[in-house]
Ligand binder design. Structure first.
Ligand code: FAD
Length: 307
């Protein structure tokens, strides 16, 4: 179990419901069950300046008493050590659990098993089990894995101390051949996992119709919607193209045409509106893509009254 400062912010009750589990050793699956949760995604910084920015963001987000954070894993394991070090540090220093993203395509069972054992030793027990992407040039990735479900099974072999999340794509995975088989695979993966976290999307109907598709397959595993405030329309348009998500060109044009406080107002109101619609539709919490910055997250959280 990770050492913690008894005065860490997460030791205070958090979450909308009393009796919710607290502290960095709480399993995210249990936090979601007691939700609604509020969480953010970080990426491991590459530079000293980026590291300072992230430390500042972590401090600035403390008043939110976040339920948990997650840390991305660079394509093909390119950030393996930086992801690992950041997850272990946040889990130890903050009052919330930090979830490690982990991809399996191109890796061996021994490599990933060793990393999971290392996380276990350091008190990190929350993993987002992902396939990752095969090489763009169509060559073989090698390794022992093809699909994320196989990584879920590897984590499960470690024991019940781990809580496992998986990715969900409300607008279908970009490599899927058809809606029905994509949803079948998603339902099977979610049944093996504890919860899902979605790719970003901008229309609440995409989320609710995915849940309807899953319910028709008797899959009721909770799925947290991932919400991306449109603070950087050009960058997010590129990400949407890669991930197969629709892009709100009208909203992007309004953001681009504004500046300063007005631009922030449009970004916050649109993201908060989506969050409200999702919570009204029964979402078990909100996972915000924050790009390692705090101001928009703080404003959205205030708008939706989740903290
Ligand atoms: P899978 O669940 O394996 O699905 C991939 C495709 O295979 C889908 O089309 C699915 O329908 C199909 N499929 C699944 N099982 C079968 C089967 N048995 N037979 C045939 N087809 C099947 N990437 C990173 O590199 N690092 C990250 O940190 C990262 N974080 C992410 C976080 C979130 C919330 C999300 C939504 C995505 C993230 N990704 C990340 C991207 C992810 O790695 C890619 O989308 C990847 O292409 C697929 O991963 P997956 O886990 O959804 O794969």
């Amino acid at each position: 179990m990770a050492e913690r400062d008894a005065d860490a912010p997460g030791d205070a009750p958090r979450g909308a419901s009393s009796g919710a589990p607290t502290g960095s050793d709480a399993r995210i699956a249990d936090l979601i069950a007691a939700g609604p949760t509020l969480s953010v995604e970080f990426f491991p910084p590459k530079t000293d300046e980026g590291a300072e920015q992230l430390d500042r963001t972590v401090r600035e987000l403390e008043p939110l008493s976040l339920s948990f954070v997650s840390v991305t894993y660079g394509a093909g394991g390119s950030t393996r050590d930086r992801t690992r070090d950041l997850v272990v540090r946040l889990n130890k220093e903050q009052g919330y659990p930090a979830m490690a993203h982990l991809t399996c395509v191109g890796s061996t069972r021994d490599e990933l098993g060793g990393l999971l054992d290392d996380y276990d030793e350091h008190g990190v027990h929350d993993v987002l089990a992902l396939a990752g992407d095969p090489p763009a040039d169509g060559s073989s990735a090698g390794g022992d894995f093809t699909y994320a479900l196989e990584l879920v099974e590897l984590v499960r072999e470690r024991g019940p101390q781990f809580s496992v999340g998986v990715a969900a794509h409300p607008e279908l995975h970009p490599r899927s051949t058809d809606r029905s088989s994509d949803r079948d695979h998603l339902a099977e993966k979610l049944r093996a996992a504890d919860f899902g976290v979605t790719q970003f999307f901008f229309d609440a109907d995409d989320y609710t119709s995915m849940l309807d598709d899953l319910a028709r397959r008797d899959c009721t595993t909770p799925v947290l919607p991932g919400v991306m405030p449109l603070s950087n329309p050009a960058g997010i348009a590129r990400m949407a193209e890669m991930s197969g998500a629709s892009f709100p060109t009208g909203l992007a044009a309004r953001v681009e045409a504004a500046d300063g406080a007005e631009r922030d107002r449009i970004v916050v109101e649109s993201a908060a509106g989506l969050c409200r619609a999702l919570l009204d539709a029964g979402a078990p919490g909100i996972h915000l893509y924050c790009l390692n910055r705090s101001p928009i997250v703080l404003a959205v959280a205030r708008e939706i009254g989740l903290r």
